[in-house]
Ligand binder design. Structure first.
Ligand SMILES: [Zn+2]
Length: 114
């Protein structure tokens, strides 16, 4: 099973997603991180519908969203339902194939209604 992670700075504790080389806290220069699962309940901050998808997406359009997890981390991903999303709605994160590639599938967040 695929999982997604947040990366906690070992120096100041700030959580990151995705992983960075240097901590994004302006008052910290930490360069080592401890990964922890990034999953569960989140809230939709904003979304958009994309019609002109690159090769590898077997759909006419997809909704993409930015969510905030309960730990404060924000992340982007696909919205796994067709109804019109509402900003502020509660969602649950899942991880699945977001793009089919030749010999390699790409995994990412797919946010679902609870
Ligand atoms: Zn830090």
């Amino acid at each position: 099973m695929q999982e997604m992670y947040a990366y906690r700075c070992d120096k100041c504790g700030k959580l990151h997603h995705p992983r960075y080389a240097v901590c994004q806290n302006p008052e910290c220069d930490g360069r080592s991180f401890t990964q922890e699962p990034l999953e569960g309940h989140c809230k939709l901050l904003t979304w958009t519908r994309v019609f002109n998808l690159p090769e590898g997406y077997m759909k006419a359009w997809l909704n993409f969203g930015i969510v905030q997890f309960d730990n404060g981390v924000t992340a982007t991903g696909q919205l796994g339902f067709d109804e019109r999303p509402e900003i502020g709605m509660d969602l649950i994160s899942t991880v699945g194939v977001v793009k089919e590639g030749v010999g390699k599938d790409y995994y990412g967040f797919i946010f679902q209604k609870p």
